[in-house]
Ligand binder design. Structure first.
Ligand code: SF4
Length: 359
């Protein structure tokens, strides 16, 4: 690298200057030698089924690898292939992913599995959708997931752009913008298209993401260990701690919610929330106060906790209503059977408060 790169060089010019033909193989071979043995990678290596990659990509949306790993094991044990998933119900799927949050994605995953088994099955074999375009027609599969699956499973050179990739690219090109700046979604894909490896696009995509997770971390990037440091403009300028700029934070709204634990004799009632509920649509859980209109028994406050859902800070108050009558339209469980049927962390936290109040 020259000591003083021309400041006026455009990003396209920089790419030319960097020679993607040198950077790209370095990143790919670093990934191939250092990749973490994540369960979805092992299953892909073993079975070469897009199903395992698809499930992992859906689970990893807005969720950490640490949180996903045990759920992924549980899920793939219960649904080892797309056929077993397609035959299941929303309830069964929700049971398997309890605690992960954003449950709509799993209802869409089930819908997608049904679509693939209906539309792509020839005899006993699934002829999987094998292009990004085809994957985009599967329910619940957006641009990112379609790029990930088509590149990893079908070698289609479609770059992915998540938070890790944005950070690495901003540093590589010394782009001084907030990492969630909307303009990066337009600016970075053309650069990634030039960098992506056409022989191993899946390894390139996973490599750049893994570099962001393990080396080019948000604070204190470990540049001496970076396989592409000699092509990194922010490293060259000693500016890597300053780019990208911190994300512009969206204001969170503060709101209050009451959850009511309905007890009748020794059983507990929960309901499936509607699509119109403000939080946790269509998940099973305790009743909000507006749902308890038909229950004419005194309620006792058991406690309170804070909970965050996307852009909401929620203060949740937990009440117990011991009802003499058994309200209709609820599902009833004995105490020992209730917990596995609570899918959302919000309800599980409320249940813990109840159990504590009884000890
Ligand atoms: Fe990130 Fe440092 Fe590598 Fe640049 S040299 S890509 S800042 S880890």
């Amino acid at each position: 690298m020259p000591k003083n790169p021309k400041k006026s060089l455009s990003k396209e010019g920089l790419l030319f200057h960097f020679k993607p033909s040198l950077l790209t193989p370095k990143l790919v071979s670093w990934y191939q030698q250092n990749k973490a043995p994540l369960p979805w990678r092992l299953l892909w290596n073993k079975y070469q089924s897009p199903y395992h990659v698809w499930v992992s990509e859906i689970m990893l949306q807005q969720t950490t690898i640490t949180a996903v790993t045990p759920v992924y094991h549980r899920f793939t044990k219960r649904f080892p292939n797309i056929e077993s998933l397609a035959k299941s119900t929303d309830e069964e799927v929700a049971q398997m992913v309890r605690g992960l949050g954003y449950y709509r994605r799993f209802r869409l995953l089930l819908k997608g599995a049904k679509t693939v088994t209906n539309e792509y099955k020839k005899g006993k074999k699934i002829l999987w959708p094998n292009t990004k375009k085809d994957w985009m027609n599967i329910p619940g599969v957006g641009d990112y997931t379609a790029s990930a699956i088509s590149s990893i499973c079908f070698n289609e050179p479609n770059p992915v752009l998540d938070g890790n990739v944005k950070r690495v690219m901003c540093r590589l090109f010394n782009i001084s913008k907030p990492v969630n700046d909307i303009s990066l979604k337009k600016e970075l894909p053309p650069l990634l298209n030039k960098l992506i490896c056409h022989k191993n696009p899946g390894d390139f995509n996973q490599g750049i993401m893994e570099l962001g997770q393990t080396v080019c971390t948000p604070s204190s990037p470990n540049c001496p260990l970076c396989p592409i440091k000699r092509y990194c403009l922010s490293f060259k300028k000693d500016n890597q701690e300053n780019v990208p700029l911190a994300a512009i934070k969206k204001e969170k709204s503060s709101t209050k919610l009451e959850l009511n634990i309905i007890k009748h004799k020794n059983i507990f009632g929960i309901k499936t929330r509607s699509a119109k509920d403000k939080f946790l649509k269509q998940s099973r859980g305790f009743l909000s106060t507006s749902d308890t209109k038909g229950v004419h028994s005194a309620k006792v406050k058991l406690g309170q906790f804070k909970h965050n859902i996307t852009h909401h800070d929620i203060t949740v108050s937990v009440f117990l209503i011991e009802s003499k009558i058994k309200p209709k339209n609820l599902e009833w469980y004995k105490q020992q059977d209730l917990e596995p049927n609570l899918i959302a962390n919000l309800d599980r936290k409320a249940w813990k408060i109840y159990l504590k109040s009884q000890s």
